[in-house]
Write a protein of this length. Structure first.
Length: 379
């Protein structure tokens, strides 16, 4: 990498290496620090978002940069009561990280949050004028007691909701829990109630609550979800699973529906539903394999657990491999290495490699017939 730099003589801002090389600040946050640090005194009344908009930092990029600056101590905010009881947000920007104790002293020095004296303000009204006529109600209409509390009809909106069935309660719980998967899928109670019927139909068709949550919260649009209730209603209608058809077929189901419509009341001669057969759970069996005593569930009458059967299979394979390599090694060599069939296999492999290395050497050391006579004649 080539490096070339010329120090500016005017219109520059000094930046600390701690800011430029900060590991928790991205490029937008660092540019904001340098930009605000070089502002003139007349532009400090603007909010940080206004300066970021001039730099082209908008939307989620600005929110991410602001969160990093607040977390690292470069930006501090405080809500104070302004004129006429209106709340305002005061921002403190620094080019070095500041603790809360240091920021509190700066707030006090600047007078932020300190209410002024009532006598120091100018009157809120102008010159006295003529009395306005026609804004006062008749005496008959003021008999009721006035109250500053809001009407209570809206407070019982959720209390008027009808109770749900167990399936409806489960479906509502799944819909309200979607906000944990994505903040864009946050629903209110009334919005969730409008989708409960479709969610219950999913569960009646064999979909569990966890699978329903996964289907509704996965593969969200890249540009975001504008309306959570509209998006979920569309997905529930579009991805509705197939209805479960009984074993007797569609014709038998239609006949049963027609009989129920003709005579909806059940008769004593109707057959009882088949009893629910509990799921088979295999018994616990003590493993006959080596090692410490342990148990497992035998599905088809096994006497050893899967791990022991796999270890035995590896041992049988090792015996065949040792036989192919030309026999076993000495017991002390097997014990010196890994032990067990692994040690015996390693020793047999080493012995076979040694035999292969000695073969070419023996062939090179064997005398050539007639070699001595040839050498003598030449001499």
């Amino acid at each position: 990498m080539l490096w070339h730099a010329i120090a500016p003589s005017r219109r520059y801002t000094k930046a600390s290496h701690d800011v430029v090389r900060h590991p928790r600040l991205d490029s937008d946050a660092k540019v904001l620090i340098l930009y605000v640090q070089g502002l003139p005194d007349g532009c400090t009344h603007m909010a940080l978002s206004e300066h970021a908009r001039k730099l082209g930092i908008k939307g989620r990029a600005f929110q991410r940069a602001k969160e990093q600056l607040v977390m690292c101590g470069f930006v501090h905010e405080r809500r104070v009561a302004g004129e006429r009881g209106r709340w305002a947000t005061q921002q403190l920007f620094a080019n070095v990280p500041l603790a809360e104790a240091e920021v509190l002293g700066l707030w006090c020095d600047a007078g932020v949050g300190i209410a002024s004296s009532p006598g120091a303000r100018s009157p809120a009204v102008g010159q006295p004028g003529a009395r306005t006529v026609g804004h006062q109600l008749p005496v008959d209409e003021e008999r009721e007691k006035n109250s500053s509390h809001p009407p209570t009809e809206a407070l019982g909106a959720e209390a008027d909701l009808e109770p749900l069935s167990p399936e409806g309660v489960e479906a509502e719980r799944v819909l309200l829990s979607l906000r944990h998967a994505s903040r864009e899928l946050r629903l209110g109670v009334l919005q969730a109630r409008s989708l409960v019927a479709q969610a219950v139909e999913w569960m009646r068709r064999g979909v569990s609550g966890g699978e329903l949550r996964r289907v509704l919260s996965s593969n969200l649009p890249q540009d975001g979800v504008r309306s959570a209730v509209g998006f979920l209603r569309h997905r529930l209608e579009l991805m509705m699973p197939e209805a479960v058809v009984p074993a007797g077929g569609v014709e038998q189901e239609q006949e049963q529906e027609q009989e129920q419509e003709q005579d909806p009341s059940p008769s004593p001669s109707d057959p009882l539903p088949p009893p629910v057969v509990p799921r088979y759970v295999a018994p616990l069996v003590t493993c006959a394999g080596p090692g410490a005593e342990h148990v497992f569930r035998a599905m088809t009458g096994e006497t050893e657990c899967p791990d022991c059967r796999q270890a035995a299979a590896w041992a049988r394979w090792a015996e065949h491999r040792i036989a192919e390599l030309g026999g076993d090694a000495d017991d002390w060599q097997a014990q010196e290495q890994l032990g067990g069939w692994r040690g015996r296999l390693a020793a047999a492999t080493a012995a076979a490699a040694a035999r292969q290395a000695e073969g070419p050497k023996r062939e090179a050391d064997m005398p050539v017939p007639g070699g001595e006579q040839v050498a003598a004649g030449h001499g």
